[in-house]
Design a protein around this ligand. Structure first.
Ligand SMILES: Cc1cc2nc3c(=O)[nH]c(=O)nc-3n(C[C@H](O)[C@H](O)[C@H](O)COP(=O)(O)O)c2cc1C
Length: 164
């Protein structure tokens, strides 16, 4: 992933974070404590290659991310990683997908403008001729109750990860 300059697109105050990824690359992201609610009646769909690089996104994916399609295609999916998400959630996602099974979970995603949105994601391996050729994730609107539960759970998990 390119170490993009953080952009300020919405009204502050921003928090600055240094995020380091699995592949060892780091970038600075700016976050705003502002939620963009998941749009009613929409599915947010993206596909990746086997490494997690985005190969396809539907219009709702582009719209909610705040990036253009050109900015998203070819980038690692971690371009949407929010610093409030614990690494363990993604470790579980990858371990589940690599076993060839379906992963479901709640994800807080970072938009280009620093705001966030919650999704309930179902990710599956795409199999052709017995080979995994990539992954698809389809997101639905999460309930407010689950968002509240995950906000607390992920904060506890993140605090544990920071201690370790
Ligand atoms: C199909 C698919 C969809 C994904 N969707 C997201 C997503 O919406 N947000 C996100 O932060 N990570 C998503 N990931 C996980 C990222 O690839 C990555 O593991 C995560 O952002 C954490 O970054 P890291 O693994 O580099 O530490 C997705 C992965 C796959 C395979």
């Amino acid at each position: 992933m390119k170490d993009m300059e953080p952009v300020q697109l919405a009204e502050g105050p921003y928090r600055e974070h240094r995020l380091c990824y699995y592949e060892g690359l780091c970038r600075t992201v700016l976050t705003l404590d502002k939620e963009v609610p998941y749009p009613d009646g929409k599915l947010i769909v993206s596909r990746t290659d086997t490494k997690g690089n985005i190969t396809h996104g539907n219009q709702s994916f582009v719209d909610m991310s705040g990036f253009t399609r050109e900015e998203l295609i070819g980038q690692p999916h971690s371009i949407l990683r929010h610093p409030d998400m614990p690494a363990a959630a993604f470790a579980d996602l990858w371990a589940t997908l690599q076993r060839g099974t379906t992963w479901q979970g709640y994800v807080k995603n970072l938009r280009k403008d620093g705001c966030y949105y919650w999704v309930f994601a179902t990710a599956i391996p795409n199999i052709r001729n017995d080979q995994v050729i990539g992954y698809t994730s389809v997101r639905r609107k999460p309930s407010r109750t689950k968002i509240n539960e995950c906000t607390e759970l992920y904060a506890r998990m993140l605090a544990e990860e920071k201690k370790a």
